[in-house]
Design a protein around this ligand. Structure first.
Ligand SMILES: [Zn+2]
Length: 364
């Protein structure tokens, strides 16, 4: 087992293409070909976490926050990032981050928060844009069903909670096979008309190469004609923040107290209570203030996130309750996502949760 076996598996869970444009998720340090000894999962990477991995004989750190986020032009050890980089390289420890790509998936950071809050009917607050493409191919009529099936099995044709979605149209394909060809139908050098089916499916970009590979391998033609079109539809299976509903509406203060208990928080910063019950709950783990407008537009009674600035609290405008529960606190259960997933995929390897408390913020 090598490091890239683990990183490839993590990228099946949280494709790198789902990360926000400013992010730096992926393998940040280390040779992907190195043999895997064991994995340490953590929210943050600090020199202490690298030391912990070294002491425990683990050579891959899987973190939520990328150790290298902004450009690094010198590595002299003058700050904690540079010291952690030096220590990781010295000790041959690979460092991997799944950040906004883990926030943005079903089963990711926000799904976990939604489950902790006991919400139903969870949806992404801001579905991912630019992720879907339309794939079209042309298949001889008798082979169409088989090729379509292979495309579905490779992951094409999901719309909302429907799968096996496609559109199919009969028509005539034409071609003339040239030198060096071995045509499936028709004769070399002769113009040929073949009844074909035009199959259209939507495919997320993160799996398009796999779908094309499988489609070509199941297609009877030696030259497979296909088109990939960009489409403007948003992708309902990934995105930023989430919104869900409480089974029973709750008074605002009772709900805030239950959030404090669930996340084990000493204090919650929040806007004025509006004197109504909470039912629709919008939230975003980590810095989610950019979603306040979407939360209001979606009709949420409360928006829970962190790193909300003084002036951003004014954006509530008495239309929503805004609650800041702390960055670390909102994402503290993220390590469990890595831990549970990796334990299932790599049960024979040492996988440990970091014991270092990396939250740099204290409360008195
Ligand atoms: Zn974060």
């Amino acid at each position: 087992m090598i490091i890239s076996d683990v990183t490839a598996s993590l990228e099946q869970l949280a494709p790198l293409s789902y990360q926000e444009s400013y992010d730096n998720a992926g393998l940040l340090i280390g040779n992907p070909e190195n043999l895997l000894k064991g994995i340490l999962v953590t929210l943050d990477v600090t020199p202490e976490v690298i030391e912990e991995a070294h002491e425990k004989g683990l050579n891959l750190i899987v973190a939520h926050h990328p150790l290298i986020f902004n450009g690094v032009k010198k590595i002299t050890g003058k700050n904690y990032v540079e010291r952690a980089i030096i220590q990781a390289i010295k000790n041959d420890i690979a460092v991997y981050a799944a950040h906004t790509n883990l926030d943005n998936i079903e089963g990711g950071v926000n799904s976990r928060i939604g489950a902790l809050l006991n919400l139903t009917n969870l949806k992404f607050l801001q579905p991912l844009e630019g992720e879907l493409v339309k794939l079209v191919t042309f298949v001889p009529t008798n082979d169409a069903e088989r090729v379509r099936q292979v495309m579905f099995e490779a992951g094409a044709g999901h719309i909302g909670n429907y799968d096996y979605c496609s559109f199919n149209m009969n028509g005539d394909g034409t071609f003339r096979a040239g030198e060096g060809t071995n045509p499936y139908v028709g004769n070399k050098g002769e113009f040929h008309v073949e009844p074909e089916v035009r199959i259209e499916v939507v495919v997320p970009k993160s799996i398009i190469s796999r779908v094309i590979r499988e489609m070509i391998s199941s297609h009877p033609y030696e030259e497979v004609a296909y088109d990939i079109y960009p489409i403007l539809n948003s992708f309902s299976k990934a995105g930023s923040g989430m919104i869900g509903e409480l089974k029973e509406p709750m008074p605002e203060l009772d709900f805030l107290k239950s959030v404090k208990n669930i996340f084990n928080i000493q204090s919650v910063r929040h806007t004025n209570c509006l004197g109504k019950n909470i039912q629709k709950v919008a939230f975003c783990g980590g810095s989610g203030a950019f979603l306040i407008k979407q939360a209001i537009a979606a009709g949420a009674d409360i928006f829970i996130s962190s790193d909300i600035k003084y002036h951003q609290f004014f954006d509530a405008e008495n239309r929503i309750l805004i609650a800041d529960i702390g960055h670390f606190e909102s994402e503290q259960f993220t390590v469990d996502i890595f831990y549970e997933y990796l334990l299932k995929k790599f049960p024979k390897f040492a996988i440990l949760k970091s014991e270092i408390k990396t939250n740099p913020i204290n409360y008195i």
